[in-house]
Write a protein that binds this ligand. Structure first.
Ligand code: ADP
Ligand code: MG
Length: 229
């Protein structure tokens, strides 16, 4: 595979929500390419389509129009099983609200995707401890999320997103629920993982602290990309 091929390419992507007779063009003709070297910030006001676009790029939702290529493969031709496999093996997701399972420990949360992928118990425990160490939480492995700070929860969520050696990390407002100090810590972590692992990152946000770290900024307005200011 050519090293210069983008991880993913979207061409004229569209997603229209239908509310009765009203059509909301949430993503309205977006063309973009994401490379492994990207630390790409997707900014835009609330309602501009950031989450909808991330969901399309992350194969959580299918476009109503346009073409999405993952490492050169047209995603539209893939069935649900193939899509789940791609999501499982290539993608990591991080959300504003962390989305950890409250009754599981930090280590068990990190192990969850590996359990779903059929990794043996011992191997996934080893890997989860390694990942928690990588995000600076080696000593919190046995602790449940409600005993962790917001910043620590987001770091657990990031460790979970890395469980499969994701090639691309998609983060939706990852600092939205964090104080400044925790936000900076989480951003330091994302930046370091991006550099060390050569993992592409796409971060939707309206947090200026995130923008300051970007290798590239895309600005979304009413579902369309505009030149960044
Ligand atoms: P952002 O993440 O930038 O705030 P969204 O992608 O959530 O933007 O929303 C883009 C537009 O699509 C908004 O007008 C929003 O109201 C609408 N929208 C988002 N999700 C849905 C949905 N599930 N059903 C109907 N409309 C939606
Ligand atoms: Mg959103």
């Amino acid at each position: 595979m050519s090293p210069s091929r983008p991880l993913l390419e979207g061409r004229d992507l569209r997603r229209v929500y239908r509310l009765g007779r009203v059509e909301v063009p949430a993503v309205d003709g977006v063309t973009l390419a994401v490379e492994a070297g990207d630390f790409l910030v997707l900014e835009g006001p609330s309602g501009s389509g950031k989450t909808t676009l991330l969901n399309l790029l992350g194969l959580l939702d299918r476009p109503d129009g346009g073409t999405l290529l993952w490492e050169g493969r047209a995603v539209g031709d893939l069935d649900e099983d193939a899509l789940s496999e791609l999501r499982r093996d290539r993608l990591g997701f991080v959300f504003q609200t962390f989305n950890l399972v409250p009754v599981l420990s930090a280590a068990e949360n990190v192990e969850l995707p590996m359990a779903l992928a059929g990794v043996a118990a011992r191997a996934r425990r080893e890997r989860s401890l390694e990942l928690l160490a990588a995000v600076g939480l080696a000593d919190r492995a046995a602790v449940r999320p409600d005993l962790l700070s917001g910043g620590q929860r987001q770091r657990v969520a990031i460790a979970r997103a890395l469980a499969n050696d994701a090639r691309l990390l998609l983060a939706d407002e990852p600092t939205g629920n964090l104080d400044s100090h925790s936000a900076e810590e989480v951003l330091d972590l994302l930046e370091r993982l991006h550099e060390e692992r050569g993992m592409g990152c796409v971060i939707a946000t309206h947090d200026p602290r995130v923008r300051a770290r970007a290798s590239r900024v895309l600005h979304l307005i009413d579902g369309r990309l505009e030149a960044a200011a």
